[in-house]
Write a protein of this length. Structure first.
Length: 363
């Protein structure tokens, strides 16, 4: 654990501003008691509080490129630093044994387009003295903390802990995981993107694609039953307003109508943080787990199944879902039954309900 404090877009370097940066850095000195370092120059100040782990002798920060044209303050660990070092052998003159120095080599080679090369956890501030530009970035998941702030004079601040910014900025916020901030762009930009970022909350879009494939492959006369358990139950409810005609009925077993109350109960004070991280990492808001609007416009017959002693998805979700559904429907709510246990504890009744739906809707 180390700590960084940086100030960018400085119009004039003054001793008072340097002292301000030092005071900010002292507030997080508990993060790195082994070394305190600071760079002041151009339009930037970079301060670092170091906890020595890798290369305790020469890895003091800020780190510098061989020609001193780039300066780096970083908190984190780069897991693949040895592989990157070998890649730049003979091309870059490493000054230390620090795992984080590879960031400078990559930046010199690729500009801002190197972040996907890093495997690790990190938050860093880099100043390019030659170009008078800066780059801030945070690891994809946000394991390493980082906050960004702004003042009315146009200066940009970053720090490992919020208390370093408090009282020094007019506005501050969490620096989002998987993003970078370049002085050329002037706002956080996501660099960590994956195909599954476009994946909807439940995977209902994928299910609809499969249904379309089945209809195209076997014709519109096929008859499909959708049966979902727990999250799968929520998924089929989410699809209930837009399933094609080949779906003859839906069975929803132990699904939730909205994940937020459940998560609030399970996560307690951590809920807000998890919800915010979910937006940045998974790419969707937990509000998207609400299936009530889809249920209220359901176009397909549905069977609702739930155990009254379900500790995972509280039973109250079931009658609410049942009441919302305007389509033809039936229910099986069983006493003394926990999560997804109805088919085992009340198998005969379960089979009877399914047989009735099959007889009614499958030709």
């Amino acid at each position: 654990m180390c700590g960084i404090v940086s100030i960018f877009n400085i119009q004039e370097q003054t001793d008072s501003l340097r002292q301000k940066a030092l005071r900010m850095s002292r507030k997080i000195r508990h993060r790195g008691p082994d070394w305190s370092g600071i760079y002041c120059g151009g339009s930037a100040i970079l301060a670092h509080e170091r906890l020595s782990i890798v290369d305790p002798e020469s890895g003091r920060q800020p780190l510098y490129s061989p020609d001193k044209k780039q300066v780096l303050a970083v908190n984190g660990e780069i897991y693949n630093h040895q592989e990157i070092r070998s890649r730049y052998k003979g091309k870059y003159d490493f000054q230390t044994g620090s795992d984080c120095e590879v960031i400078l080599a990559l930046y010199r080679d690729k500009g801002v387009d190197f972040l996907e090369d890093l495997s690790g956890i990190f938050a860093f501030a880099l100043y390019d003295v030659e170009k008078d530009e800066f780059l801030i970035a945070r690891d994809p998941i946000g394991v390493i903390p980082l906050y960004i702030g702004y003042d009315n004079d146009g200066k940009v601040y970053v720090a490992s802990e919020l208390k370093a910014l408090e009282g020094n900025c007019d506005h501050y916020e969490v620096f989002p995981p998987g993003h970078y901030y370049s002085s050329r762009i002037g706002k956080p930009v996501r660099y960590y993107t994956r195909d599954w970022f476009s994946y909807d909350v439940f995977g209902s879009a994928d299910c609809l694609k499969w249904l379309s494939f089945l209809e195209g492959e076997f014709g519109s006369d096929i008859q499909v039953v959708m049966h979902g358990f727990s999250l799968g139950g929520a998924t089929v409810m989410k699809m209930s307003d837009r399933v094609p005609g080949i779906v003859k009925f839906i069975v929803e077993d132990s699904g939730f109508t909205d994940a937020r109350p459940i998560l609030r109960s399970q996560l307690g004070p951590a809920y807000g943080l998890i919800a915010e991280l979910n937006k940045h990492i998974a790419g969707y808001d937990l509000a998207d787990t609400d299936v009530t609007q889809s249920l209220a416009n359901a176009v397909c017959p549905m069977l609702f199944v739930h155990g009254k002693d379900d500790p995972t998805v509280p039973f109250e979700n079931a009658p609410r879902a049942f009441a919302l559904c305007p389509a033809d429907k039936d229910l099986l709510f069983t006493e003394g039954t926990r999560h997804i246990e109805t088919m085992f504890t009340s198998g005969t009744a379960y089979a009877g309900k399914l047989d009735a739906f099959i007889a009614k809707y499958i030709k």
